[in-house]
Design a protein around this ligand. Sequence first.
Ligand code: NAD
Length: 476
Amino acid sequence: MATAVEPSFRDSVDLMYGRAVKLLDLSPGLEEKIRVCNSTYVVRFGVRLRGQIHTFTGYRSVHSEHMEPVKGGIRYAPTVNQDEVEALAALMTYKCALVQIPFGGSKGGLCIDPREWEEHELERITRRFAYELIKRDLINPSQNVPAPDMGTGEREMAWIADQYARMHTTDINAAACVTGKPVHAGGIAGRVEATGRGVQYALREFFRYPEDVRRAHLSGGLDGKRIIVQGLGNVGFHAAQFLSLEDGAKITGIIERDGAIYSEDGLDVLSVKEWISRQGGVKGYPFATFISDGSKLLETECDILIPAAMEGVINLDNAAQVKAPLIVEAANGPITAGADEILRQKGVVILPDMYANAGGVTVSYFEWVGNLSHIKFGRMERRQEEARHRLLVDELERLAADKGLDWTLSPGFKEQYLRGAGEIEHVRSGLDDTMREAYQSMREIWNGRGDVHDLRMAAYMVAIGRVATAYRSKGL
Ligand code: NAD
């Protein structure tokens, strides 16, 4: 009997794209134009470190330039390859279109295990990689704007921004060449938490529709739901932290590189994170059961499974055993095309990556806009807003006193109502709005068309439809 072969990540994205375009009315030419990756630049560069020259390989793919700049993270991992970077660049195109962010799709990667290098060495490697991309306009505020991804963060983005500024000393918009920078170096409040926050907003929106919740064989709201998270990095940590602290969900399992931990009563996410920072993994964490084969926890019973580490973790080998009725793809491509088919047949509802992890690029967009406008969100209106609210509160209290009424506004309400919105409030509001609108555009197709049975297909259809409209209006 022939065993099923797992398609590559790139092929998985193509397969899903192929399924979606069958349901859309596109000309074959336009269908192919949207599918293909416009270009991939491969660079090999040497850096003298530890007394010898080390050669590194990096990539920057541009999938679609129907809107510019193009946008997408830079990932550092030893497994980075062209297939992966191109698949991720394609996902960026669709993701930006789905959440209505005016960017095309791109992605970059460097084959490196960042844990093998000291900070000052990583800085030299990053600056050199950035130099190679900047001189070809593959990092540029109006053409191509990277962001953090797996293995990179604020620190690397600050080095890249500084490298660009050194090479473009008179560019007043230099800071907009990259997003995900530290707040003190042109970043925006709420970018670090953004992708995890977006996962939370995505789930909140999903649970606002009881009929959608029923399709996942669940009921009620997020309160008390048992959640298993894979990867307690930037995305997984923030999602787990917000869902447990603010929505009453129970994080029953956490899967990391060295194994997994499980507790029916729920885990204290911050204390697990602190344990990992100190010990390098989850092993030995005192208030939970340790499972050395961590991936087994992907098959454990829970209400919501959140893979937030890497691609391909739910595949032909384990998809049939997955018991979660609802999966949120916080990572990019955690479910292979083969596994997706199995899960769909089982009736599992999947919030697809293109939607579920769009919080990062959404807040990156706000950061880029802030860099170009050279002013922080909320700076002009915050105190004015506070003054107007103060006017109303004072007037209400004066009226109550005049009428001899024995009532006052509760202090909690007053404090909250009087506080004007600063940058973080603007960012969260914009992100919440984005996640709600995007979900609504998907569910309209999911619930409204008899031939669309999953949210991924709906997401692809919304996104491809928008990219097609953009190309058509350019006369293509
Ligand atoms: P990260 O490097 O901060 O965290 C990844 C975490 O996963 C780490 O804690 C790591 O130890 C763990 N991990 C790695 N391999 C694992 C394995 N085999 N099993 C279990 N755990 C493992 O990365 P991140 O930024 O949180 O990104 C995670 C995923 O989310 C990636 O797929 C990335 O493309 C996607 N994503 C990230 C962002 C963002 O803003 N950071 C935005 C969109 C999508």
